[in-house]
Design a protein around this ligand. Structure first.
Ligand SMILES: Cc1ncc(COP(=O)(O)O)c(C=O)c1O
Length: 488
């Protein structure tokens, strides 16, 4: 018999019978948390209980939950005008306006947008784009070489021209960082540096190499920042050399790495990464799916850290998650070979640049500008950090790190030695105790053990001192309780 929805649905029962939750253990008979409404930084569940959402959905509801009316009107107007049309060969006003708007906000010559439906698709598309860029560029150079009067004479030097094309031809490998999360589709998953996510789906897409991330907390305490930077860049260079530089299409990294806990870059790191990419002629992609649209106190992490990427991937904050939309943003240099006569990026997605999604993203950016959301983060990030730093007084808190409205609190067994909890302790501490207790206390943040155990904090970008204090107060109580439970 086909299940039909009864007139008044028992949501709890129906959720358990029909809804498959993402990254969730579906066994057991625990209640499914059902969130029914949101306002500002707060959410309410089906029983009327309120929560402070210190994770902004999934690091993504940058303007908070209170703009539904205004954004809904923009969506409804677009629905009336043109509910759908495609970007396959066609354009429509909202996609054009959104592309222009983001290009005007993006640093440097990141002027071209290829729209997709979310972050994984953006990463997937960036890798495909990087791969095709080298063959398209090779073809472009061959064509140029075949034109009489150009630099390489095609008659005399045809073989040299072709060899030049081939030598700059196909590249396919990607380099990313250990523990980094870049999404779940096969290409994006292959780029991930989290073994537990990768292993169930192997063999993955060839070939990805992983380099060290910028986690400083577990480095020798006497190491200077300059030494740390040199150590990381050396690792990257050795990896490029080992891979064969002529095979590497893309280095992809987040401006501030989320998984593992808000790893900020040491001084000189991005300058060095850019130089290495230039030296080996590799495209640099900044994965700004989280860091874009204000999270680190600037429109983009690339601007904040002067990364100068060739590609940027964006999603979440582009619409503050009011719509399923993302994009790859490409520089003029990357675009160039695709502008030649018959050249084409052989890729497309039905919903890429969807007019309603684009209208929502446009309205989101308009609101962010009007209500000075990015400026608010830049102005209050220091007090947010100071407030969170109070947690360092607790014996279980080893490190508070991050920037903007993007933080992680690392939990340790021993502050002196920085000894971490083992896998079994993480399971009992994070999954069995901390996550449910924080939720019970009305605070949504993430207890994460993809690297060393951390609590991730990333509230909507409209949060203020009241929310900062509430986060610290609840975390303080629950982490104190956790410490007694681990028998310390
Ligand atoms: C840096 C980064 N890239 C890509 C993704 C994948 O985005 P999505 O979940 O929208 O597919 C995420 C998601 O958290 C992310 O944090």
């Amino acid at each position: 018999m086909t299940a039909t929805a009864p007139e008044t649905l028992d949501l709890q029962r129906a959720a358990r019978e029909h809804l498959w939750l993402h990254f969730t253990r579906m066994g057991g008979d625990g209640e499914v948390p059902i969130i029914v409404r949101g306002d500002g930084c707060y959410l309410e569940d089906s029983k009327g209980k309120r929560y402070l959402d210190a994770l902004a959905g999934l690091f993504s509801v940058n303007i908070g939950y209170g703009y539904g009316e205004e954004i809904g009107e923009a969506a409804a107007a677009q629905m009336r005008e043109l509910p759908f049309y495609t970007n396959w060969s066609y354009a429509h006003p909202r996609a054009i306006e959104l592309a222009s708007e983001v290009a005007s906000l993006a640093p440097g010559d990141l002027n071209r947008l290829f729209f997709v439906s979310g972050g994984s698709e953006a990463v997937e598309s960036a890798w495909k784009l990087a791969r095709q860029y080298y063959s398209a560029r090779g073809e472009m150079r061959t064509r140029v070489a075949r034109i009489p009067g150009q630099r390489i004479d095609p008659v005399v030097d045809y073989e040299a021209a072709e060899a030049a094309a081939l030598s700059t031809g196909r590249r396919w490998k990607a380099i990313s960082r250990h523990i980094a999360y870049h999404g779940t589709t096969m290409g994006a998953l292959s780029i991930n540096g989290i073994p537990a996510l990768r292993i169930p789906f192997e063999p993955l897409v060839p070939d990805v190499l992983h380099v060290r991330n910028t986690n400083r907390y577990h480095r020798p305490p006497e190491e200077t920042e300059a030494e740390f930077t040199a150590f990381l860049l050396d690792d990257l260079e050795q990896t490029i050399e080992a891979a064969g530089p002529e095979t590497v299409a893309m280095v992809i990294m987040e401006p501030v790495q989320n998984a593992g806990g808000a790893f900020t870059p040491p001084e000189g790191y991005w300058r060095g990464v850019r130089e290495l990419c230039d030296r080996y002629d590799i495209l640099l992609c900044a994965d700004e799916v989280i860091t874009g649209f204000g999270r680190v106190g600037a429109w983009f992490g690339s601007e904040r850290y002067d990364i100068r990427p060739d590609l940027m991937t964006i999603a979440k904050g582009l619409s503050s998650s009011y719509a399923a939309i993302g994009a790859v943003v490409a520089s003029d240099r990357v675009m160039e070979p695709f502008m030649q006569d018959t050249s084409m990026y052989s890729h497309g997605i039905t919903f890429g640049g969807h007019p309603v999604m684009s209208a929502i993203a446009l309205k989101n950016i308009e609101i962010m500008k009007r209500d000075r959301i990015v400026e608010h983060v830049a102005e209050t990030q220091d007090t947010f950090r100071q407030t969170l730093s109070q947690l360092l007084e607790l014996p279980i808190v080893g490190d508070v790190r991050g920037t903007g409205f993007f933080y992680a609190i690392e939990l340790v067994k021993d502050k002196e030695t920085r000894e971490s909890f083992d896998d079994r302790e993480c399971e009992t501490l994070l999954r069995d105790f901390l996550s449910p207790r924080l939720f019970e206390r009305g605070l949504i943040c993430r207890a994460d053990d993809r690297g060393d155990p951390v609590i991730q904090i990333s509230p909507p970008l409209i949060a203020g001192q009241h929310e900062f204090d509430q986060i610290v107060s609840i975390l303080g109580d629950v982490l104190t309780e956790a410490w007694t439970r681990v028998g310390r």
